[in-house]
Write a protein of this length. Sequence first.
Length: 504
Amino acid sequence: MKPNLSGVDWPVFLLSGGFIVSFVLLALIDIGLLSELVNSFFALSAKYFGAYWQLLLLATFLTGIGVAISSCGRVRLGNLPEPDISTFKWIAIIMCTLLAGGGVFWAAAEPVSHFVSPPPLYGVEAKTTAAVYPALSQSFLHWGFLAWSILGSLTAIILMNLHYDRNLPLKPRTLLYPLFGDRVMRGWFGAVIDACCVIAVVSGTVGPIGFLGLQISFSLSELSGIANNYATQLAIIVSLIAVYTISAVSGVTRGIQLLSSFNVVLSLILVAFILIAGPTGFIVDSFIQSAGVHVSDFLRLATYRGDLPWLSGWTVFFWGWFLGYGPLMAMFIARISRGRTIRELILVISVLAPVVTSFWFTIVGGTGIYFELVSPGSISGPLAEFGMPASLLSITQQLPMGVLVSVLFLILTTIFVATTGDSMTYTVSMVMTGTDHPPSSLRIFWGVMMGVVAAILISIGSGGVSALQSFIVVTAVPVSLILLPSIWNGPRIARAMAREQGLL
């Protein structure tokens, strides 16, 4: 059967696809030049946009919470009287898609990194009990309320109203319709906006796919002696491509739901095991006290500008990464959240998910900090020598049944990355068509494309994937400007919908 591509937005396809191909070609020709260019633009982005990003995320979170607790919170979204996806599956998809594979490896590495080298805001002595709660509190900031809210609170409200109630296409440019009207919906202006968002998401997704190949290959080598070489890495990436592409083709109601639900169950099993077999008291105490430190220092953490080089390497890097995902994640959340109220949407994304994520970071990273306190160097040594994958393995292998737990964590990480791959493959395809049911051939193309790019970049060394992952911070510059109007358009549209539904 001939694929139906008549509805594809070819300018967006050519702009985004052409840029990604050009990036890969330059990486193959001169990776040194590419890295130099990316690092220069990264430094400029962090210097001139870092403070703006910090304020943008803070304003988005506070505004979203205000809308949720107001009478507008009862507005039902998506032009459906009730949700079309069960609450458990809905939350599972959100958690797995937005937390992604980074949430596993960073959960192991970041708290320990901050424990070994404390954030400058706190000024505590490294590797002491005084450094435990600041280390976790800083990790909570990077993966907590602000990070989650930018991924689909106010922006999802705007997209759900304009797409499902006013029949505008489900594309990033639709976020700017309240500001520019029909001008942004046609021509090259809108195409460039969509392409910028696609490039940011593809860059941010290809990076984890490539690093997963490197990390799983390293882990298999340590656990079973399988050769840690490009053939092993390529086999892992090909397997991952097959899993997430099949899942994306089967759609939100089948493959993506199935993977997400399985991963949530596996996560709960591992959490229960570590709580029982690991340092239970230390984990519970650390979570409660670190949460208290985080809440009391929240505004200081969110607005800290005292050490710009440190901020560039940590907070600004994460903010750029999450901002790059913002518009397409909002599209995906809009697709799976029909029938939900604004209050449900914002409280789950901006409050529940961050709290669960913070507890997850305490389970994994807090356990690592405990082992480091008891046996100095047992975690920080492998982390310094081999990076994130060694950090996770050094934690899991110190638990009872360490090999089995390590394997389960590798499976968990793989499926986390797969759920991000399938959801972003699906969402990029939605951008190309403006509908929430893009053709399967388009989903297959983008799924394979992202995997192939990852495979090519790791073939020339980790510098290729690192350059691409850093480049997402550069792509976040235009994307952050696209997200800015949602701070006032989100509440305005929520009030209009409340009046239409007789709630005001």
